[in-house]
Design a protein around this ligand. Structure first.
Ligand code: SAM
Length: 286
């Protein structure tokens, strides 16, 4: 199997830029080379240049989604950047519960855009269940979207390893997660160690608040919104400036006036010239 040359890497970077707005800098070259080589080896060891030529000339949607999974990063965790959740508690959920703030029809719509394997949208659902319990009469729903097959599958499964639960307090674990029996193994074979790893599944009441769908953030959003809150966290870092601005303006169109947009702790809207008011680190209001 061939190795990834700089020219071929640039061709891949061009596909990623056009299709998904990803800005693949040269420091990503080694990572891409490792992931591509491992993918092609599993496929029977085809040549990197042939593979890239096929993607440029005659790709299927599935080929493209496989490449997206090779190039993208799904790192996430429950209640990541707790200050963002504290802001929602203080400025939205608690005032709604106390009646000092209202939303039309007592309906609250949140969107976790680039939800990865689901820790973010399920954290939002857990927080809403804690602070706006059914008795308050609010109808809360969360849309969780991503482009990656791996992410969407993980989000739909809502099943996590012990390690992925970092960020959840013991109280939340006890209330919102259930231990899942390891997959049944054939009785005549010894269980594979991974089959014995304990897994935890998000409970039905949390899962049913979350609708999972595929959405490429750099393509138009038809019929989405208006949302009260959008989490657009830790994805803009992968985009160039023009794409960031374009995506943020689409989010603006999908938020109600007064709605909240949240970005990751290493991200900012400053310098993008977009009509949002900064209200706290990473938090903006339309
Ligand atoms: C690092 S994860 C962030 C997950 C979560 N928002 C968080 O902060 O924990 C970035 C996610 O962005 C998704 N992503 C990257 N480019 C995208 C695009 N053009 N459209 C939709 N999702 C995209 C990736 O698939 C990945 O799941």
């Amino acid at each position: 199997m061939s190795t990834l040359t700089e020219t071929t890497f640039k061709r891949i970077a061009e596909i990623a830029r056009k299709r998904w707005g990803l800005a693949l800098g040269e420091r990503k070259m080694q990572l891409v080379a490792n992931r591509l080589t491992s993918h092609l080896r599993k496929q029977g060891g085809s040549d990197i240049d042939d593979y890239v030529m096929r993607l440029e000339r005659n790709p299927t949607e599935d080929d493209m989604l496989v490449l997206f999974d090779i190039l993208s990063t799904n790192v996430t965790s429950f209640f990541r950047d707790p200050a963002h959740f504290a802001y929602l508690d203080r400025e939205l959920f608690t005032p709604l519960a106390r009646g000092t703030l209202s939303v039309p029809g007592r309906r609250l719509r949140l969107w976790s855009a680039a939800c990865s394997v689901g820790a973010e949208p399920y954290s939002l659902a857990m927080q809403a269940l804690e602070l706006l319990p059914a008795a308050t009469g609010f109808d809360v729903s969360i849309m969780a979207s991503d482009l990656s097959n791996k992410a969407l599958e993980g989000c739909r499964q809502a099943t996590y390893t012990e390690q992925q639960l970092t960020g959840l307090t013991p109280e939340r674990r006890a209330r919102f997660l259930k231990k899942v029996t390891p997959a049944a193994v054939a009785s005549n074979t010894a269980p594979h160690p991974s089959a014995l790893t304990p897994l935890w599944r998000v409970t039905d009441d949390v899962r049913k608040m979350v609708e999972v769908r595929r959405q490429n953030l750099v393509e138009p959003y038809h019929g989405l919104g208006p949302f009260d809150v959008i989490f657009l966290r830790n994805v803009m870092i992968y985009f160039d400036r023009d794409t960031r601005r374009e995506v943020v303006m689409r989010m603006h169109g999908a938020l109600r006036v007064g709605g909240i947009l949240t970005v990751g702790s290493a991200e900012t809207l400053s310098g993008l010239d977009v009509p949002f008011k900064s209200v706290a680190p990473g938090m903006y209001v339309r």
